[in-house]
Design a protein around this ligand. Sequence first.
Ligand SMILES: [Zn+2]
Ligand SMILES: [Zn+2]
Length: 96
Amino acid sequence: MTLVPPPFMWGCTSCLLLYAGVLREARVGDGAVRAQLALAAHLVEDHPDDVPPPHAEGCRICPGYASNPDPARVARLWAEHRVREYFLPERAARRW
Ligand SMILES: [Zn+2]
Ligand SMILES: [Zn+2]
């Protein structure tokens, strides 16, 4: 997994604008988390077919969502967790 966003993001103006915000905030801003949440929310809402499957191993976040007694309630948060690998290094993407 590289830092470069996947091809489908390059074809979406919203993805590019939000990704630019993530990069900018990572360097100079204090809104890094907010920028990441905004991009993750956009990916889940507008690119549902591109949300990755649950991480099989090496992730301490996915098992918690997988065993949640109320799947519908956590579906959105879980999807936002999985799309972070499109714009964050794997270690950072799987931390939350
Ligand atoms: Zn997009
Ligand atoms: Zn995961």
